[in-house]
Design a protein around this ligand. Structure first.
Ligand code: GLU
Length: 417
């Protein structure tokens, strides 16, 4: 990577840029650019061979002015405190942009989950849940899945919390399995909003998603569902990748068959009838739509200069650096920022939380309909704001809306003591 800005620096730069369009005082902006608190802990578990191993872990509660802290928990060897803080900030502004009544949080454990057995992962997750117990709860902080976590981990965390508290509180974690208060449509929600946002972007540009070619970086939950739904919408998915490499087929890949291959072998690489190639080359391929669905800083300024896609829909959090944004804008690439494109995850988490609090369950049709309405409304508001601030930067427009809402809530709440 040519660039050294960190995700937290990127977040602060995004806030700084947008703040010039918002009536927010510098002292308030300073408060809204830093986390309220960060838990830093060391989790020590017994490995299956009887030895002990220590795993650093974090939970950042960035801002709670609009409601309980909300955001996922990632398991990755490169997790850092600063990364988790940045991700919790992005959650704050994401929740504000799509107007769900939550603040922002994020957690992470420094671990390669593939190196642990299922029993070890359960012990690690429950150790983390024990550390989280005083901080979380249905009205305090509501974690959810993120990179390398899913319903299984959420159920372990929920069970740990409920056991320690001696109660039932299904709304204390979202992204659970359906049998235990999970919501229809939650697993697909991030990919679904990514594709809805891309469709709206094409429409805005007077074009159609259904004749677009698509490249997807990352084949975890967000990436693979984005690929599947883009193909269902009629687009041609020509390339996908994961941490081991990329595959291309100009005639179109079958996303479901690729997923089956990945489930069997651990990677998209080696999928029959597709050519392997370098992951970086995927990002600069000649396609209509690029979906970065992996980690932060995938597109820096140097790489951005070579991006050939017309539209980017950001399924990952923080995939594009501020310096890359400038290059993309110059080259007239329209990007839907992460805090809108991938917001489907937290929007359906909100629906899950509402269902849990009311002890009811919604149909998949209702979840998807309400999600669709929410993402389309947020996209329309973004376009309106682009025009009202006379800017061509969709990320700045998104942050103008979001900062305005968070700052208004902070002002109403006041400062105490
Ligand atoms: N981890 C997801 C995100 O980054 C979902 C968060 C949630 O549902 O709380 O938006």
């Amino acid at each position: 990577m040519s660039e050294s800005t960190t995700p937290f620096e990127n977040l602060r730069s995004q806030l700084e840029t947008a703040s010039s369009y918002v009536d927010v005082a510098p002292d308030v902006l300073d408060r809204l650019s830093h986390p309220e608190r960060v838990l830093e802990t060391n989790l020590t578990i017994e490995r299956d061979d009887g030895t002990l191993e220590r795993f650093p872990a974090f939970r950042s509660q960035f801002n709670g002015d609009r409601g309980p802290y909300k955001g996922g928990i990632r398991y990755h060897p490169d997790v850092t405190r600063e990364e988790v803080v940045a991700l919790s900030g992005w959650m704050t502004y994401k929740c504000a942009l799509v107007d769900v009544p939550f603040g922002g949080g994020k957690g992470g454990i420094v671990v390669d989950p593939a190196a642990l057995s299922t029993a070890e992962l359960e012990r690690l997750t429950r150790a983390y849940g024990t550390e989280l117990r005083p901080l979380v709860g249905e009205d305090r902080d509501i974690p959810a899945p993120d990179v390398n976590t899913g319903p299984r981990e959420m159920n372990w965390l929920k069970d740990t919390y409920e056991t320690l508290e001696g109660t039932t509180a299904p709304g204390s974690f979202t992204g659970k399995a359906l049998e235990t208060g999970g919501s229809e449509g939650r697993v697909e929600a991030t990919g679904r909003s990514t594709v809805i946002a891309a469709r709206e972007a094409f429409e805005y540009l007077g074009r159609n998603l259904d004749d677009a070619t698509v490249a997807v970086q990352g084949y975890g939950n967000a990436g693979w569902i984005s690929a599947k739904l883009a193909a269902e919408a009629g687009a041609t998915v020509v390339a996908v990748s994961d941490s081991r490499g990329a595959i291309v087929d100009r005639d179109g890949l079958d996303p479901i068959a690729v997923k089956e291959h990945k489930d069997e072998t651990g990677s998209v690489v080696g999928f029959a009838d597709a050519e392997p190639f370098a992951d970086d080359a995927l990002l600069t391929m000649d396609v209509d739509l690029l979906i970065p669905a992996a980690l932060e800083n995938a597109v820096d300024a140097e790489l951005a200069a070579d991006v050939q896609a017309d539209v980017i829909s950001e399924a990952a959090n923080g995939p594009t650096t501020p310096a890359a944004d400038e290059v993309l804008l110059e080259n007239e690439v329209f990007y839907v920022p992460d805090i809108l494109a991938n917001a489907g995850g937290v929007v359906v988490s909100y629906y899950e939380w509402v269902q849990n609090r009311q002890r009811v369950s919604w149909s998949e049709e209702r979840v998807n309909r309400e999600l669709e309405e929410t993402i389309v409304a947020a996209f329309d508001a973004l376009v309106e704001t682009l025009e009202s601030i006379a800017s061509d930067d969709p990320r700045t427009a998104a942050y103008v809306i979001a900062i305005d809402r968070v700052a208004a809530a902070a002002e109403r709440n006041g400062t105490w003591p």
